[in-house]
Design a protein around this ligand. Structure first.
Ligand SMILES: [Zn+2]
Length: 389
């Protein structure tokens, strides 16, 4: 049986090369088809970048595996002039080289075979900088943030995928503490906490290098978190970045929560609503997850460039557009109704009720039975009760 040629977007590629009957000579690279949406959005974002800047874009992918992401950038984004694609595995590197040839991209994509951090520092030594860097490792991306900041151009964009969501969202709090220097625990809005701890950690890495960060788009999807950020050099930007890092204080008993800035209100040890002991989650990113305009651009770029994207692409971005600039936590209506010992309230009715009371209330992409609102837990409970009667 011959090794299959796969397709994703405009790319064709193999995950293995060599003799299938001889495992010793078979060379393979990791490919996860579930990350197609992640790559579709990256293509959409680079196309949006092309429209804004109308300049040539130089891309770096330090953990390239099969190279499918780099190949898609080269084929689907007109202004990408050069991609440097690297993988530490010798076998993956051989697959990557063949896939580049298969797509006729030898002039546009250059393959390398180094450890990712070593490669980025080597490029820094040569004073080579990039407009866009995509960090997509297996597990935590945090080991690569320092090096990527050293080779990004001013106002360039770094994209980061994290698949260690269990550590970030509080399933493994000790791992989160070691890896991200942050406290996480299971809550009814744990995926937003996980994503914001990742963002906060990235921001704290960045300021060490005298650069501030601006997050353009961040979301949770499937089994991963994803964030795109741009950097701004200088002390003022660092100060502004640090002001957006803080903590969410949470009561596990009654779901009261409050998000605070760094070093403020560290004495709120008991819930003002029910007197239960509170937990401090973070440090985490307390400002917006991105820009509404970025979501709009991504939706229109997919239509204009004719990139073959799924329905999920548009539904995710439409959801994000509603909530990226909203409050830093969400309310899970199941948990609230269950605590109040009432049957689940209909989400759309709760949203309408809160809006009629003058609050902002929207669905959230984090969880199908949760809402984001600037109303307090008391007001959400009142809404839940009233739509039941
Ligand atoms: Zn409480």
């Amino acid at each position: 049986m011959a090794i299959k040629i796969l397709r994703e977007g405009k790319a064709i590629f193999k995950t293995s090369i060599g003799d299938e009957n001889n495992q010793i000579n078979l060379k393979t690279a990791f490919y996860n088809p579930k990350m197609k949406l992640n790559r579709d959005i990256a293509v959409g974002l680079l196309n949006a970048l092309c429209r804004w800047n109308k300049e040539q874009i130089k891309v770096l992918e330090p953990l390239a595996a099969t190279g499918v992401r780099s190949i898609r950038f080269a084929l689907e984004v007109a202004c990408v002039s050069l991609v440097k694609a690297n993988d530490v595995s010798k076998r993956a590197y051989e697959v990557l080289k063949q896939n580049i040839e298969l797509n006729g991209l030898k002039e546009k994509i250059l393959p390398y075979n180094y450890e990712a951090n070593f490669f980025m520092l080597l490029l820094r030594g040569k004073k080579e900088y990039f407009d866009y860097i995509d960090i997509d490792p297996f597990g935590s991306p945090i080991y690569y943030i320092d090096s990527s900041i050293k080779v990004i151009k001013s106002k360039g964009i770094i994209a980061v995928t994290a698949t260690d969501t269990a550590a970030l969202c509080g399933v493994y709090p000790d791992v989160c503490l070691r890896r991200y220097d942050a406290v996480s625990t299971k809550t009814s809005f744990q995926h937003e906490v996980g994503l914001r701890i990742l963002m906060g950690s990235i921001a704290r890495h960045a300021v060490k290098h005298e650069v501030g960060v601006e997050f353009l788009l961040s979301y949770a999807e499937g089994n991963h978190y994803r964030t795109y950020f741009t950097i701004h050099r200088g002390k003022a930007s660092c100060r502004e970045t640090l002001e957006k890092i803080g903590y969410t204080i949470y009561c596990k008993k009654c779901f009261w929560r409050k998000t605070i800035k760094r070093n403020l209100e560290f004495n709120l040890k008991h819930c003002p609503r029910c007197s239960e002991k509170t937990v401090y989650l973070g440090p985490l990113w307390t400002a917006s997850l991105g820009h509404e305009k970025m979501c709009e651009s991504l939706m229109s770029s997919a239509q204009k460039e004719g990139v073959p994207v799924s329905k999920k692409y548009f539904s995710l971005l439409a959801n994000l557009k509603r909530e990226v600039e909203g409050t830093p936590t969400y309310y899970n209506l199941h948990s609230i109704c269950s605590r109040l010992k009432i049957s689940p309230a209909k989400k759309s009715l709760v949203i309408d009720y809160l809006r009629n009371k003058g609050f902002k209330a929207v669905e959230t992409h984090f969880d199908p039975y949760s809402i984001k609102t600037n109303a307090s837990i008391q007001e959400v409970e009142e809404a839940v009760f009233n739509v039941k009667t």
